[in-house]
Design a protein around this ligand. Structure first.
Ligand SMILES: Cc1cc2nc3c(=O)[nH]c(=O)nc-3n(C[C@H](O)[C@H](O)[C@H](O)COP(=O)(O)O)c2cc1C
Length: 237
């Protein structure tokens, strides 16, 4: 009788212990749920930054005060391409063309990212007071570059891409060309636009750069085919 009572008590204890374990498991799972949500949110962060070029963005003050070709640390590695496709793109059109050119040439891609991104309001060409309009109206403005500085050592050809703003290159392109030495480099400007040609963008930048062999630039629509780009690139040789 006594043995039966003890056995029944032990069985009851065992049932209680198992129940406690099960609850503990559920609690653990429950507490990881918000973390899981956070982790999902966290994965969107790299996506946001994926449009940024490789490298740690340098503070705008440093970028704007960067001396031409400063430091060998930013020089490309020995096995880098001799072709660089450097571009600025406010809304992605020029970026698409730049990526195609890089794919055709096997060139490295470098995005000129503004330290202060352009908002939709900044890009409103109907607003005389918008940032882009004011910048284009003042040839001395040099918007700071926020992407990691790049050295041009080792590059023989640089394709330089940008959107047309008020008939010419955005001022941030002037920031870029003034910050680099293009000696021994063939520079090939290209642009996208709604309809305008490349105008005097190339000669403007050539004068500001003061070095390099600058070829005539070319304007493309955003939907230019790879075949057309390939034909253009071949025609430059
Ligand atoms: C401020 C501003 C000014 C522009 N001025 C012109 C222009 O003068 N002529 C033109 O054909 N397109 C003009 N555009 C249209 C852009 O050149 C065109 O949409 C370009 O493909 C955008 O390239 P992105 O997406 O690489 O920034 C202008 C766009 C902006 C935002």
């Amino acid at each position: 009788m006594m043995k039966k009572t003890i056995a029944a008590a032990l069985a009851a204890l065992l049932v209680l212990a198992l129940a406690a374990c099960e609850n503990g498991g559920k609690n653990t799972e429950g507490s990881s749920s918000p973390a899981g949500t956070n982790a999902t949110a966290g994965t969107s962060a790299p996506a946001e930054t994926s449009s940024q070029p490789a490298g740690t963005p340098v503070p705008s003050a440093d970028a704007s005060s960067q001396p031409a070709e400063s430091g060998s640390a930013s020089a490309p590695s020995a096995d880098h391409s001799t072709v660089l496709v450097a571009f600025f793109s406010a809304t992605g059109t020029t970026k698409g063309v730049a990526e195609k050119i890089a794919a055709i040439t096997g060139g490295d891609l470098y995005e000129i990212v503004p330290a202060e991104p352009y908002s939709d309001a900044d890009l409103n060409w109907n607003d005389r007071g918008s940032r882009s309009t004011k910048e284009q109206n003042d040839k001395s403005v040099r918007p700071a570059i926020g992407s990691a500085a790049i050295g041009l050592a080792g590059y023989e050809t640089v394709y330089l891409g940008f959107p047309i703003w008020w008939g010419e290159e955005p001022r941030i392109m002037d920031t870029f060309v003034e910050a680099h030495a293009f000696d021994g480099i063939t520079v090939i400007p290209f642009c996208t636009s709604a309809s305008s040609g490349i105008g005097r963008s190339g000669p403007n930048m050539e004068a500001l750069a003061g070095s390099g062999k600058w070829l005539d630039g070319k304007r493309f629509g955003g939907n230019v085919s790879e075949a057309d780009l390939r034909a253009w690139i071949e025609s430059l040789k």
